[in-house]
Write a protein that binds this ligand. Structure first.
Ligand code: SF4
Length: 501
C-alpha cells in the first residue's frame, strides 16, 4: 500500500492493486534483501519450534484458540454490543467507524480537543491499514511511531514489511545509517544496544510531552471492557499510561467474549510470534481510573471491510487471525520476496487471504496465487486457520467475481475445454493422441523445456514431461489379464522408472 495514498473523506479504505508477480520479481533481484529475510525468518522459526515443543498440549491449545475465535465471530454483533456497554461502564467512550476516514476523524478530534499537533503511537496494524499517519498528517497532526522497528521504517520514509518485525528487511548497518542521517547521530555505531539507546533518547522526550497516544489492540474483552496490547519493548506501556488521552483503534474481529479466553490466547500468541513463553510486556486496561493512567479513553471499533468478509462463510475464517506472523516465517514465498511485494500491511499467507477480502477482491487477481499451497502456514497457525483451503476458495471467487472481468476470459475458456476433455474417455484419449503428435518440435529426451505462445509462461520456470509413446491405458489393454501384470509390473509398469505416465 502506498504511503502517499490518502484516505478520502467519508470513503471506505481502498488499496492500490497488488501486482504481486511484478513486485516479487523486483524483490527477488535484491540479494541483500533475500539474505536479510533468510537470516531473520530462520532465527524466528527455530525459536518458535523450540518453545512450541515444550508444550505437550500445544495441539489442544490450538484447538481451544480456534474454538474461541469461531465462537467470537459467530455472534460478533452480540459481543461487540456487550463490549461497548462494558467500556462505557468503566468510563471509556466507544466510537463505531465504518471505514478508515471515520476512524481517523475520531483520532484527529481527540488530538484537537487536547490542543496537540502530535500523537504518539504504539505499533498497530489496524492504524497502518487505514493510513492513519497520512490521514492525520493531512489534518496537520504528526503521528510519532514509538516501536523501534516502526520508528526505523518511519524515519526512512519506508513501509513495514513484516507484521511483527516491520524492519525485517533492514540489517544493523542499514539501521545505523538511517539513524545517523535522520537523528543527526554522526558517531553512532551499529551495536544493537547503541541503536536502542539512540531510539530511547529520541522517544523519551515524546513520551513525556505529547498528551495523546494512539494504540491498536491484540484483544478486546466483551465481558469486562478490558483491552490488551502485547509488546516487547515497553514503549506501548509508556503510551498507554503517560498521556492524558488514549485512543485505541481496533478491528471489530479482535473481540473475545470472556476474560478467561485470554488464558489461551496469551499462551498461543507469544510462542507463535516471537518464540517466547510470554511477552515481556502485556498491558491490560479497562476504561479509566482516576489518578492512574490516561484521564480519557476512546475505543474506536473499526469495520473497514470486515462485515463484508464475515458474509463469506468460508473466507470469514481469515478474521480469526491473531497477527502472530508465524505463517509469514514459514512461507517459502514470503522468505524469498519479503513483505513489500504484497503491497499491503498484511503480507505473507495471512495477507494473501485477508487483503483481497478487505478490498473486495480488487487485488485478488494476484495475492491468492502468491502461494505454493505447501500447507506450512496451516501447520503453524495457532488458531488453525486453514489458509491453503482459503486460498483455493478465494482463487475460485476471483475467477467468478473479479471486477473488470474480460468478456472472454482465456483461462476460463481453457478450463471449460479441459473439463469437457477429462469428462470423457474418448475425448481424453483423442487429446492424448493429438498432444503426442503435436509435441515433436518441442520434446527432447522425454521433456518439454519450451512451449510456444501464451503457454511459454508455464515452461519459463519449469519443464514439462513429454507425453509418453504409450499411455497407461494402452499399456493396460496390451498387458491382458491381471496375472501377467503382477508378474511383470516391477520392471515394466509405467511408473517403474520408464518415464511413462
Ligand atoms: S493466519 Fe495464523 S499464523 Fe498467520 S498471522 Fe494469523 S494467526 Fe498467525
Amino acid at each position: 500500500m502506498s504511503r502517499e495514498q490518502h484516505v478520502p473523506e467519508g470513503a471506505s479504505v481502498s488499496f492500490e492493486p497488488a501486482p504481486f508477480p511484478r513486485a516479487a520479481a523486483e524483490a527477488l533481484a535484491d540479494p541483500q534483501l533475500r539474505a536479510n529475510l533468510r537470516k531473520a525468518t530462520r532465527t524466528i522459526r527455530s525459536k518458535r519450534a523450540e518453545v512450541v515443543a515444550e508444550r505437550a498440549d500445544w495441539e489442544q491449545l490450538r484447538e481451544a484458540g480456534e474454538r474461541i475465535k469461531r465462537a467470537a465471530t459467530r455472534h460478533l454483533d452480540v459481543h461487540l454490543e456487550e463490549l461497548e456497554r462494558s467500556v462505557e461502564r468503566a468510563g471509556g467512550t466507544v466510537h463505531w467507524a465504518r471505514d478508515g476516514a471515520e476512524a481517523i476523524e475520531v483520532v484527529a478530534g481527540v488530538a484537537r480537543a487536547h490542543g496537540s499537533d502530535e500523537v504518539i503511537k504504539v505499533k498497530s496494524l489496524a492504524t497502518d491499514e487505514i493510513d492513519l499517519n497520512e490521514g492525520l498528517e493531512g489534518r496537520g497532526i504528526a503521528a510519532v511511531e514509538t516501536d523501534l522497528a516502526e520508528l526505523i521504517v518511519q524515519l526512512d520514509g519506508d513501509d513495514p514489511s513484516h507484521i511483527l518485525v516491520p524492519a525485517i528487511h533492514r540489517n544493523r548497518a542499514e539501521i545505523r545509517e538511517i539513524f545517523r542521517r535522520e537523528l543527526g547521530l554522526e558517531r553512532l555505531g551499529d551495536e544493537p544496544a547503541e541503536l536502542a539507546e539512540a531510539a530511547r533518547l529520541h522517544l523519551r522526550r515524546k513520551f513525556l510531552s505529547v498528551p495523546v497516544a494512539v494504540s491498536g489492540a491484540n484483544f478486546a474483552v466483551a465481558e469486562t471492557g478490558a483491552v490488551c496490547v502485547v509488546e516487547s519493548e515497553g514503549n506501548g506501556r509508556m503510551c498507554t499510561t503517560l498521556p492524558r488521552a488514549l485512543v485505541t483503534v481496533v478491528g471489530i474481529e479482535k473481540v473475545l467474549p470472556r476474560f478467561r479466553d485470554l488464558e489461551v490466547m496469551l499462551q498461543l500468541l507469544p510462542r507463535s510470534s516471537t518464540g517466547e513463553r510470554m511477552n515481556p510486556y502485556t498491558s491490560l486496561w479497562t476504561g479509566v481510573t482516576p489518578g492512574d493512567g490516561p484521564e480519557e479513553f476512546h475505543l474506536v471499533l473499526l469495520d473497514a471491510g470486515r462485515t463484508d468478509t464475515l458474509a463469506d462463510p468460508v473466507g470469514r475464517d481469515a478474521l480469526h487471525c491473531i497477527r502472530c506472523s508465524a505463517c509469514l516465517n514459514v512461507c517459502p514465498v514470503y522468505e524469498r520476496t519479503g513483505g513489500h511485494a504484497y503491497r499491503s500491511v498484511y503480507p505473507g499467507p495471512i495477507g494473501a487471504i485477508l487483503t483481497p477480502q478487505l478490498e473486495r477482491l480488487e487485488s485478488g487477481d494476484t495475492l491468492p496465487w502468491a502461494s505454493s499451497l505447501c500447507g506450512a502456514c496451516y501447520e503453524v497457525c495457532p488458531v488453525k486457520i486453514d489458509i491453503p483451503s482459503l486460498l483455493v476458495h478465494l482463487r475460485g471467487r476471483v475467477v467468478r467475481e473479479r471486477p473488470g472481468k474480460r468478456p472472454v476470459d482465456p483461462e476460463r475458456l481453457a478450463m471449460r475445454v479441459l473439463a469437457r476433455t477429462f469428462a470423457s474417455r474418448r475425448r481424453y484419449e483423442a487429446a492424448q493422441r493429438a498432444g503426442r503428435a503435436g509435441q515433436w518440435p518441442f520434446a527432447r529426451r522425454g521433456r518439454i523445456e519450451r512451449l510456444p505462445g501464451p503457454l511459454a509462461a508455464w515452461t519459463r520456470a519449469r519443464d514439462m514431461r513429454a507425453i509418453p509413446k504409450q499411455s497407461f491405458r494402452q499399456w493396460w489393454r496390451e498387458r491382458g489379464p491381471a496375472g501377467e501384470l503382477v508378474a511383470d509390473s516391477a520392471t515394466n509398469s509405467p511408473g517403474a522408472g520408464g518415464g511413462r505416465a
